[in-house]
Structure formats: C-alpha cells, structure tokens
Design a protein around this ligand. Structure first.
Ligand SMILES: C=C(O[C@H]1C=CC=C(C(=O)O)[C@@H]1O)C(=O)O
Length: 391
C-alpha cells in the first residue's frame, strides 16, 4: 500500500450561498472527485490523503487505511469523506482519496468542507476536448463478437450459467481531456445516474451496488438490457429474466450472512437515455455491523459484472476477454467515518490519461444470447461517454 498521509489535519465546514455551475468550481480537472445524482451529491478537489492499494485483500487494506486516517482527525472526522474506486480484481490498483476541499450540494444548499489550510491554486477554465478520433481497444468488434459466440457455446454445453464479457474502445482528442468537461456533459444527460470521478476514472453509472446507512442496506441490481423500444419486452423475455435473476441471486447470497429481513422487489424496467435495464430493488437490515467496505468485499463481483458460478465465470473472462478491466465494473463511490456511504458499479465510464480515453462496456451472456445483439448492446452502453465526449 502506498500512502500520502501528512501530519494531523483540521476540518472546517461552512455553508455557502451559491448556485454557480458546480462543475466549474474545481480549479482544474486534475484531482477532481465527484459523486453526483440528479443535482445532489459531492464534488471535491485536492488531496488531503491518498491511499493506493494493490494485491489481495484490497477492501480490508482500504478499511484499515481509512480508519487510520479517521483516528488522526479525531473529533473532526464526522464531516470527512473518502472517495474510492476499486480494481476489478487483485491484479490492479485500488485508490482511496480524501479531497482537500469538498462541496456537498443538497436541496439547493452547498456546504464546503476543507481539510487543513487548503492550498490556493490558479483556476483554469473548463477545456473542450476538440475533435475525437476512435480506434479499437484490446479486441476489435468482430473478434469480440467471436469471443461472445465462444462463450455461448460453453454456456450451451452447460459449463456455466452466465458470464459477463466486456470490451474497450479508445478515443484520442485534440486537447488534453478535462474531467470537468466530461462530468458536466454526463451529469446533464444522465441525471438518473451517479456521475463519478475518482483518479481519472469518469462515468455515469446507473447501478447502485450498495448503500449503507447505519444498519440499513439497499441496492439496485441491474442486468438484462434493451436499447430499442421502451424496454417492456425485457419483462416478457425468459432469457433476459434469467440473466437478471443470476445477478440478483448473487447479491442476495453474498449479503445473507450479514443481514436479516432481506427484501427484493422486482424486476421493473429502468429506462435510461440510451438503454433500458431490468432492475430489482433490495433492502436489508445489518445484523453483524459489517461496514460498507466489508459488504463490498463480500458481494463483488456480482453476476451483473462477473457471472455464475463466480469462479467459472472469472476463468472464462480471463480466457476470452483479453482485456485489463482496471477499475471498470468494480465498486466506486464514497464512505464516511461511520462506515456508511454509497458504492456503485463503475459502468458507462472511461479511464482518462492526457488526450486519451479508454471506454468500457460489457454484457451479460446466457445460453440463448445472440452475439450480434450483444455487440450492439455494448455500442448502446458506450454511447453514454461517446456522446458526452462529442458534445
Ligand atoms: C456490464 C455492464 O452492465 C451491466 C449492468 C446492467 C446491465 C447489464 C447487462 O444487461 O448485461 C450488465 O450486467 C456495462 O454497462 O458495462
């Protein structure tokens, strides 16, 4: 684990009357973090602390790092928040960032929390990316279609029940990418989604993996998608319902040891700008006192991003996908000093680096899946970031 954890820090909270463009508040795109949903949420900048975590046990390592920082803050910890984004698996790097300045917007009121003295930095205007050039990622479209066809063969042979395969797409822009630009465009187009930014991973995810408030846990499982029509046809399709049920079942099984009074209601249809999903709402009461990160360790990867059985799906993904998922499709969000917070799945997102963006999109595959339909489903999922980049 690498850490930037300076001396004891103090926290200041004040309310500001300001309905300025929230996305223009960070002085630059670098080190901007966000978690916004329908005009509410948090945006921050600067780093009061940063933890980078690698290897096995990333959730436990992150929990230790965060509780160490919280005890350093002492009585001030109540208003501190960390933004986090996990690696999809143990091979990657997870990150936990405590912003120096945090603006929380709720019911049209803004609170600003500052940790430490804050370093004044020059404000740069939000920059547009200019022209965008597109190229293939790890697998060109037709080879990825072939990978899906092979997965379907294995599913039909009964080797597993469901697998989620993903592909990437590369964008190169005239100007260095400004995360604030992409965030603003995503938030404008996808108010129902959580517009997130952590360490250059930027997106607008529709999927709330886990929300913990005291002993209450909620989740909304998404799986089974349609980009045409109003999505009602998903409810009538047994393969889509099966694809969905595997994802719900994986979440329910993983939280069961920690919870009582588990309720699942669905599926219903969640209609988004470019796509519709089957959605099931889950709520439960915690009985073991496990914190948000402990729950994430238990549930990730659900079959919305991995598959069923989990081990067989992981093996098939490694064999067929040919992709480093990085932090795509893993938990992303925020946590507080009480172990409460929200973690979505990092979907409809891109990893930014200078003038380059790597976009990710995946699909749940079952024995009845049609590879051509799955390719078009990834196109519909890429559209969230593609449209925002091209704005
Ligand atoms: C893996 C992705 O979506 C998941 C979430 C909703 C619907 C999904 C689907 O229908 O395949 C996926 O399980 C993605 O957007 O990259």
């Amino acid at each position: 684990m690498t850490t930037a954890l300076p001396q004891r820090r103090s926290v200041h909270v004040r309310e500001v009357e300001d309905d300025a463009d929230l996305w223009a508040l960070p002085p630059s795109g670098d080190a901007t973090v966000s978690w916004m949903h329908d005009g509410r949420g948090m945006i921050g900048w600067g780093e009061a602390a940063r933890f980078e975590i690698t290897g096995p046990g990333q959730y436990e390592q992150a929990a230790r790092a965060w509780s160490g920082f919280v005890s350093l803050l002492g009585g001030d910890a109540a208003s501190a928040v960390a933004f986090t984004s996990f690696s999809f698996d143990d091979r990657g790097r997870s990150v936990l960032i405590v912003p120096q300045v945090l603006v929380t917007r709720w019911e049209n009121r803004n609170w600003v929390t500052t940790i430490g003295p804050g370093t004044p930095s020059r404000h740069t205007p939000i920059a547009r990316p200019g022209r965008v050039r597109w190229s293939d990622g790890a697998l060109p479209r037709d080879r990825w279609r072939g990978a899906v066809a092979e997965a379907v063969r294995r599913l039909r042979r009964g080797e597993l029940d469901k697998v989620v395969l993903a592909r990437d797409l590369l964008a190169e822009t005239d100007q260095p990418l400004d995360p604030r630009f992409l965030l603003r465009e995503l938030a404008r187009r996808h108010p129902q989604c959580w517009t997130f930014a952590v360490d250059g991973l930027i997106g607008a995810t529709p999927e709330m993996l886990l929300r913990r408030r005291g002993d209450q846990v909620t989740s909304q499982v998404l799986a089974g998608s349609s980009w045409s029509g109003d999505g009602e046809q998903l409810l009538a399709s047994q393969p889509y319902r099966d694809e969905h049920d595997f994802a719900v079942e994986s979440l329910l099984t993983a939280i069961a040891p920690h919870c009582a009074d588990v309720r699942a209601s669905g599926p219903s249809v969640l209609r988004l700008r470019n796509i519709a999903h089957l959605a099931t709402d889950v709520s439960a009461t915690l009985t073991t006192g496990v914190d948000l990160l402990g729950l994430a360790a238990a549930v990730h990867p659900t079959a919305a991003v991995g598959g069923t059985p989990r081990r067989a799906a992981a093996d098939l993904i490694a064999e067929l996908e040919d992709l480093d998922r990085g932090r795509y499709a893993a938990p992303v969000g925020w946590l507080d000093a009480n172990g409460d917070g929200e973690l979505g799945l990092a979907l409809r997102c891109a990893q930014l680096s200078g003038s380059r963006a790597r976009l990710f999109a995946g699909c749940g595959i079952v024995a009845e899946s049609d590879p051509d339909v799955e390719v078009r489903e990834t196109d519909a999922k890429f559209a969230a970031v593609r449209e925002a980049l091209g704005a």
